[in-house]
Write a protein that binds this ligand. Structure first.
Ligand code: PHB
Length: 398
């Protein structure tokens, strides 16, 4: 009994520290159903394992009851970038399971596939990762807590020029977030006095990077900018880069952080050392909240799973959901929920974040360098571009 009360007191203390007010469970209150869409099978299963550890971390720290409603997570397997599967699962989650919220945990095409059914049924969708700016214009029920590739690419090009990289070749995956990353980087680079010396767009599925890296080599750049989604791409690109001799020739990689995703770091190995990347979350981010997040995450995750941007953003999505459910005292109204999400601010394991009037994320963007910290590969933050919107423009905070 004492132990139970003690654990409860610690949990309530953590909730209070976050500004969330814990409320005892009312036995007749219906459960709060949240459908979490991400990969749970095949090569994508590691994303599901990570999301589960993030959920376990958040509920350990903040409890699994909010405004008297017991939180129930329904895991939905996207099977990878697979909009047809996701569209069907989203419809089922709405009509059969009567979910209160859905979480878009992985790819842009999947978040888009959830847009129609969720807007029609007035079920809010919180995006933890899908990184294409235009999703929100097409999906009025969706609110982003992850990042956009333009948000990181625009300040990155400025940083690159300021650090002497002017002739840059761009490689970006041929779908939403890649196309936006390429266009945003190119524009920002030109505005900063740099020049894109060439660009290629490998396909989303099963890319072989050797021909693309050869094209980069032929253009004699100082550096290569690359966006490729986490998963199978980083491995394939880094192999082609290592085989090409570009590293020895001093051609630097300027990647988005997907390429040095902590989830895959140990498999990618030391060939990532000294690479520069830009991103919104690093396991190595130095804050008390992140240290707690990382510590708790490791207590739940399988041995091969490390916390990365995907896990941190699922954790933040739950934080946002708890905030609105509490503000509405457990009785949810769609318009009110969307209104409450707009303008919401809180501290994330990545640093301060805010959701703007366009339902999009405002946050710090970090330039990182891959280093070994206590024998472990880490993305070490070396520069911070404070509070930028989804297009990479600075936002004045008050
Ligand atoms: C996306 O599909 O928007 C996406 C997927 C994986 C990433 C980044 C963006 O690492």
């Amino acid at each position: 009994m004492f132990r139970r009360n003690f654990v409860l007191a610690v949990t309530l203390g953590a909730v209070a520290a976050l500004g969330l007010t814990p409320v005892a469970r009312a036995d007749d209150a219906p459960p709060l159903k949240i459908a979490l869409f991400t990969g749970y099978s095949g090569p994508f299963a590691i994303f599901g394992q990570e999301a589960d550890a993030a959920v376990a971390t958040f509920t350990k720290e903040h409890g699994d009851v909010v405004a008297g409603r017991k939180v129930v997570i329904l895991k939905r397997d996207t099977t990878g970038p697979n909009p047809d599967v996701v569209h069907r699962l989203a419809q089922e989650a709405i009509t059969r399971d009567h979910v209160d919220f859905m979480i878009a945990g992985d790819y842009t095409p999947n978040a888009l596939a959830m847009g129609g059914p969720s807007a029609q049924a007035h079920v809010p969708v919180l995006i933890a990762n899908a990184a294409t700016t235009t999703i929100l214009e097409r999906a009025p029920s969706e609110v982003r807590l992850g990042f956009t590739t333009s948000q990181v690419a625009v300040p990155y090009a400025r940083w690159a020029v300021a650090h002497g990289f002017k002739r840059i070749f761009a490689i970006y995956t041929d779908y939403g977030p890649g196309i936006e990353a390429g266009a945003a980087f190119k524009k920002s680079l030109a505005e900063s006095g740099g020049m894109l010396v060439g660009e290629v767009k490998p396909p989303l599925r099963s890319p072989d990077y050797s021909a693309y890296v050869q094209r980069a080599k032929d253009s004699n750049p100082q550096a290569i900018f690359i966006f490729a989604p986490a998963g199978e791409h980083p491995q394939a690109f880094l192999k082609a880069y290592a085989d090409s001799g570009l590293k020895e020739a001093g051609v630097k990689i300027l990647a988005t952080g997907d390429l040095t995703d902590e989830l895959q770091f140990d498999a990618l190995g030391d060939k990532t050392l000294s690479m520069y990347t830009v991103f919104h979350y690093s396991e190595d981010h130095n804050s008390a909240l992140n240290h707690q997040f990382v510590k708790d995450f490791y207590s739940f995750a399988p041995a091969h799973v490390r916390p990365d941007f995907g896990g941190a953003c699922v954790y933040d999505v739950l934080h946002a959901i708890y905030n609105v459910v509490e503000a509405e005292h457990g009785k949810l109204d769609y318009d009110k929920t969307i209104a409450l999400l707009k303008g919401m601010k809180f501290e994330s394991p990545r640093g301060p974040i805010m959701i703007d009037d366009h339902r999009d994320i405002v946050q710090n963007v970090y330039i990182r360098e891959v280093r070994k910290v206590d024998g472990k590969l880490q993305n070490v933050e070396i520069d911070t571009i404070p509070m930028v919107d989804d297009h990479g423009n600075p936002v004045k905070m008050n």
